[in-house]
Structures are given as structure tokens and as C-alpha cells.
Design a protein around this ligand. Structure first.
Ligand SMILES: Cc1cc2nc3c(=O)[nH]c(=O)nc-3n(C[C@H](O)[C@H](O)[C@H](O)COP(=O)(O)O)c2cc1C
Length: 307
């Protein structure tokens, strides 16, 4: 049975995954935290925490709130910074079979480009995922990914700064997900991943205040899955680059929905917090489904629901 997928067919280096199951940024640490729980080398790829130029402390507590069928988070991009990633994490990843993709985030187009430049040529890094769900400081704080032109500007700058395969991760906080997807594909993205978290607020009625220190946060988990499948369906129908589906995936059935909607690969996020072996179970469930249905190549299932 063939499970491998190529996420960057046009890139010189390519981004070949042994199977379509990845982990989502911010929910699987550096990968090392999960090594003692299962053989993480079996995964298709690992995406690390959002990385900025300088280390960041993140937002005021509380940063997490449980919601019906989901979680609202406002971590505020707490991370060790790109220099520490290159110095301390990449050498470990260089010994792994599973490719590691570094998720990057900047406050200006130049910061994104600078991050991509620093990561270029570093051993142990298989690709870059660009989180464009961050406020554009120079443009009054709207998310880069809210509009096609700002999303394309970030993509073009990152592509120019690196030879690594580049996946652009879309935010659902836009009225024009297809327009943004077409713009980033046109600007050279090797692949598109979606969705990041839609915005939400939980109110603590005893305090008559928003519960999160940051007031609002991003919603994740099963609550967002149908929205994410819809957006993947729309985007996969509009672009030619591979699409990676994210949002509420906890089981193989969830992952197969995204694949049948048109995703070439999937990422498991919030499910890791309640079941750290979820990505492995998703992989084994996809294998079992393929065996049961007599599917020889995962490509037979990609977009199968599109008619
Ligand atoms: C605690 C937490 C931290 C996250 N941190 C990041 C991040 O640093 N960069 C990023 O692009 N997405 C981040 N995400 C979003 C996830 O990668 C994913 O897109 C989203 O949670 C939807 O998938 P899920 O429902 O499977 O969690 C984070 C999500 C959570 C819950």
C-alpha cells in the first residue's frame, strides 16, 4: 500500500512525506517531548511551534479555556527564538527520519524574510510553514492572511529568501479564503495548509470579564472541523498546489474527510493534548481503512469526495 505524498512537487528539494499524517504547530512541542510515548519517526512530518526572530514570553495568563468541543487559546507565540531553534533543535532533527517543518511568524514582511533566510541551508530542517495569521504591525494590525495582497507579499518575500519548500498556512479570519489561497499560490507557495484558529471570546460571568488574559483567542478542536473541511474543499478546488488539512482531527475518519475533500496531507493538533498518540492512531486508522476498502495508493482518496 502506498501512503507517501509529495508536498512540494515544484521545489528543487521537494518535501516527500512517508505518509500524510503530520502534527500541527504549537501542539507537539519540538517533537522530542513525544519521543518516549511512541515512535514519532513513523509520522509523515512534524511541524514545530511558531518561531519568531527573538524569543517571546507570550501573553498574560490564563491562556487556555475549554469550550464545548474545543479549546480557546491565546498563547501569544511563546517560543525560544530562531537562533535557539537552529543551535539546539535542528541538530537533533538532523538525525531523524521524519522531516521537521519550522513554523515561522513575523510582525513585518521583512521579519518573515529574515526568518526564512536564517533557516535556509540549516541541516535538520525539511521545510518552512509560514503562519500568516499574525497582525501586520505596519498596516494597523490586520492579519497578513486577511487579504490576498498582504498574504502574497509575505509569501513572495519568504520564497525569495529560501530554497526550502514553503507551505503557507492560511487563517480562517478572512472573508476571502479562496482569494488568499490563489494569491499565495501565485506568489510561489509550494503548498497551502489550513486552517489556523478562528477567533473567539469566552466570558467569565463571575468576574464579568473575558476569561483569557488576551481577551480573545483562537478556537481549535472538533468544534471547527466542518468549517475547516469546507475551507479545504473550497481551496483545493481553486489551486493546483498540494493542500494540507487542519482543524479538529482526532481520528482516522476525521483525517479521511479532509483527504476526500482534497487535502494531500493532514495535521493533528488539539487532539494531542488529550491523546498524545492521536497522530499514530490516525495513521494506523487510515492504513486499516485502505486495507478494508482495497485502496492501493492514498492518491486514490485525495479529492475523492469532489465528484
Ligand atoms: C495551544 C495551541 C498553540 C498553537 N500555536 C500555533 C503556532 O504557534 N503557530 C501556528 O501556525 N498555529 C498554532 N496553533 C494552531 C494549530 O496548529 C492548528 O492550526 C489549529 O489548532 C487547528 O487544528 P486543531 O483543531 O487540530 O487543533 C496552535 C493551536 C493551539 C491549540
Amino acid at each position: 500500500m502506498k501512503l507517501s505524498v509529495q508536498l512540494a512537487p515544484k521545489n528543487e528539494k521537494g518535501l516527500l512525506l512517508a505518509n500524510p499524517v503530520m502534527t500541527a504547530s504549537g501542539t507537539f512541542g519540538w517533537g522530542t517531548e513525544y519521543e518516549h510515548l511512541f515512535d514519532i519517526q513513523r509520522l509523515g512530518a512534524i511541524v514545530c511551534k511558531g518561531t519568531t526572530l527573538k524569543p517571546r514570553e507570550g501573553n498574560l495568563q490564563p491562556r487556555l479555556a475549554e469550550t464545548p468541543c474545543g479549546v480557546l487559546n491565546a498563547i501569544g507565540l511563546q517560543n525560544i527564538g530562531v537562533e535557539a531553534v537552529i543551535r539546539d533543535k535542528a541538530p537533533v532533527w538532523a538525525g531523524w527520519r521524519v522531516p521537521v517543518i519550522v513554523n515561522i511568524v513575523g510582525e513585518t514582511v521583512e521579519e518573515y524574510a529574515e526568518l526564512a533566510r536564517k533557516l535556509d541551508g540549516v541541516g535538520g530542517i525539511g521545510g518552512i510553514e509560514v503562519n500568516i495569521g499574525c497582525p501586520n504591525i505596519k498596516a494597523g494590525g490586520a492579519e497578513f492572511g486577511a487579504k490576498p495582497d498582504s498574504a502574497a507579499a509575505v509569501t513572495a518575500a519568504v520564497k525569495k529568501a529560501t530554497t526550502l519548500p514553503v507551505t503557507v498556512k492560511l487563517t480562517p479570519n478572512t472573508g476571502d479564503i479562496v482569494g488568499v489561497a490563489k494569491a499565495v499560490a501565485g506568489a510561489g507557495a509550494d503548498a497551502i495548509s489550513l486552517i489556523n484558529t478562528p477567533k473567539g471570546i469566552v466570558i467569565d460571568i463571575s468576574k464579568r470579564r473575558p476569561l483569557l488574559g488576551n481577551v480573545s483567542g483562537g478556537l481549535s478542536g472538533p468544534a471547527i472541523k466542518p468549517i475547516a473541511v469546507f475551507m479545504v474543499y473550497e481551496v483545493a478546488g481553486a489551486v493546483k498546489v498540494p493542500v494540507v488539512g487542519i482543524g479538529g482531527i482526532a481520528t482516522a475518519g476525521d483525517a479521511l474527510e479532509f483527504i476526500m475533500a482534497g487535502a494531500s496531507a493532514v495535521q493533528v493538533g488539539t487532539a494531542n493534548f488529550t491523546n498524545p498518540k492521536a497522530p499514530l492512531e490516525v495513521l494506523e486508522g487510515i492504513e486499516a481503512f485502505m486495507a478494508k476498502e482495497g485502496v492501493k495508493d492514498i492518491s486514490e482518496l485525495i479529492g475523492a469526495a469532489r465528484g
